[in-house]
Write a protein that binds this ligand. Structure first.
Ligand code: PLP
Length: 495
């Protein structure tokens, strides 16, 4: 039986790959088209010709969801056209200069190309002698240097801040176990429940990690915050002491380098002192704000962050790199490896750099380092310092504009680029209802976009600046849109 006879009933050996492959010329044509689509969008963004956010039309939503499993293939050019018409116009919106909602910066154009080129290589950055290994170590070393971590610390690029927290706390749990081997026994033989501490403003990904690690959220203490939304250190010390007296095992404090609600930076030095005295692990959640250590206005607030045992930061939040790109750093590289590696110590061959898969949960890994390496090379530390400082300065300008408008009230503003405020015209009977309604109007219009949060029980509007394309006129546009929507709501309530 020859090769063709063996498969002839169901496979045409010579043409099957035509179903998927393209000639270089076809790829070029479609690739140029894809790049044109991105460039056209950049142009519209730069000229403020795109709304911050468009709702997906009901018919399109239904069409996408109801589309049956394709029984046969389609022409790539037609597919790209569909994407151009029906997918690209409906992003979350964070690349738009008038988007002030969730914390995801737009991507530096060079790192968009990095994402494309990494997909072209389609390498798995699990480890071994390949360029991605060295690029990842290079960017990890740079990030360690910016964060004040020693070069011999462990590090890993991960999907984002949530995964960085999980990685950091996994190593913490490995180091703080009272049994000899948490990897064998899990939490099943832990004689005393572990207790973890975060501030009441700490991110929910900490709760998730605590749950996933089997510590349980009943053992996560949410320490009250001071007037500036930072962890109250006296309360922290009292709570640790109370837990010890109750026979529990305090193991870790998670401090925030920029909370999601207000951008508060916890007092690292005082927290690190407590951790040192009490022998607790210190993890810093810097998903949003760790990179604020570079900003001229805020650098002094990070004193003591370098005393953390582990730290998470998110290049996809404020380093202008496309999602997904987070980073976990752990001071004790060996502990990080021991917490994850399935290679027994006697088989580890460190004549080459160890595989990244030994330092975290993933085996096959995307080449995240390329887009970050390109952005970091293009900008340098000086460029980042300038851009991050500019975002912080714009947030300060927004606060000044809020203070200057008689119908606006500044509610909270941390040192970074989040501002909480509300529309509060004199005599308005229910500010919560008013702001809730006007926010809905602004969001539905979609010309600019922001969200809300709660500060000490008050409903507030929340605007973040992490966009290098945002300018002063965009701030005015935002406040005008709110004022106009607020007036409309007030008038409709009166009529
Ligand atoms: C302070 C903070 N920590 C952690 C996270 C989680 O990061 P990610 O969404 O990248 O998983 C966020 C996300 O908004 C955040 O703002």
């Amino acid at each position: 039986m020859n090769r063709n006879e063996a498969f002839s009933s169901f496979v045409d050996m010579d043409s099957a790959n035509d179903l998927i492959d393209m000639t270089p010329a076809q790829f070029r044509q479609l690739g140029y088209k894809a790049v044109d689509l991105i460039a056209d969008n950049l142009e519209r963004l730069q000229h403020r010709q795109e709304p911050a956010r468009r709702a997906v039309p009901t018919a399109l939503r239904a069409q996408i969801l109801a589309h049956p499993l394709p029984a046969t293939g389609s022409d790539p050019a037609t597919l790209l056209e569909f994407v151009a018409q029906h997918i690209l116009p409906y992003p979350l919106g964070n690349i738009n200069p008038r988007f002030f909602a969730w914390i995801n910066s737009p991507a530096a154009p060079i790192s968009i190309l990095g994402e494309l080129l990494a997909a072209g290589m389609n390498t798995s950055a699990a480890g071994g002698d390949q360029a991605s290994t060295y690029l990842e170590h290079a960017v990890l070393n740079w990030l360690k240097e910016i964060m004040g971590f020693p070069r011999e610390s462990g590090g890993l690029l991960v999907s984002g801040g949530s995964m960085a927290t999980l990685v950091g706390l996994t190593v913490m749990r490995y180091c703080k176990t009272q049994t000899s081997n948490i990897r064998a026994h899990g939490m099943q033989q832990e004689p005393t429940p572990m207790v973890v501490y975060k501030s009441a403003e700490g991110h929910s990904c900490i709760d998730k990690a605590v749950e996933m690690l089997g510590i349980g959220h009943n053992y996560l203490r949410k320490i009250p915050v001071d007037a500036e939304c930072r962890m109250d250190v006296a309360h922290l010390a009292q709570q640790i002491s109370a837990d010890r007296h109750a026979g529990l095992n305090p193991v870790c404090v998670v401090a925030s380098a920029g909370t999601v609600n207000t951008g508060a930076i916890d007092p690292f030095e005082a927290i690190a002192d407590i951790c040192q005295r009490e022998n607790l692990w210190l993890h810093v959640d810097g998903a949003y704000g760790a990179i604020g250590v570079l900003a001229e206005q805020t650098a002094h607030l990070y004193k003591g962050m370098d005393r953390a045992d582990s730290l998470g930061l998110d290049p996809h939040k404020w380093m202008y790199v496309p999602v997904e790109c987070g980073c976990a750093l752990v001071k004790d590289q060996e502990a990080m490896r021991n917490a994850f590696s399935l290679v027994p110590a006697y088989l580890r061959d460190d004549r080459q750099l160890p595989w990244f898969a030994e330092y975290g949960p993933q085996q096959t890994r995307g080449f995240r380092a390329l887009k970050l390496w390109l952005a970091m090379q293009q900008l340098g530390v000086a460029g980042y310092r300038q851009l991050i400082s500019r975002d912080v300065a714009l947030a300060q300008l927004l606060r000044a504009k809020i203070a200057a408008r008689p119908n606006f009230e500044l509610m909270a503003a941390g040192p970074l680029s989040v501002t909480c405020f509300r529309y509060a015209p004199a005599g308005a009977p229910d500010l919560k209802a008013l702001n809730r309604s006007l926010l809905e109007v602004v969001q539905n219009q979609g010309q600019t976009y922001l969200t809300s949060t709660e500060i000490q029980g008050e409903f507030v509007l929340r605007a973040t600046v992490v966009n290098f394309r945002t300018s002063e006129s965009d701030l005015d546009f935002l406040l005008d849109a709110i004022e106009q929507a607020g007036q409309e709501v007030c008038e409709s309530q009166r009529s």
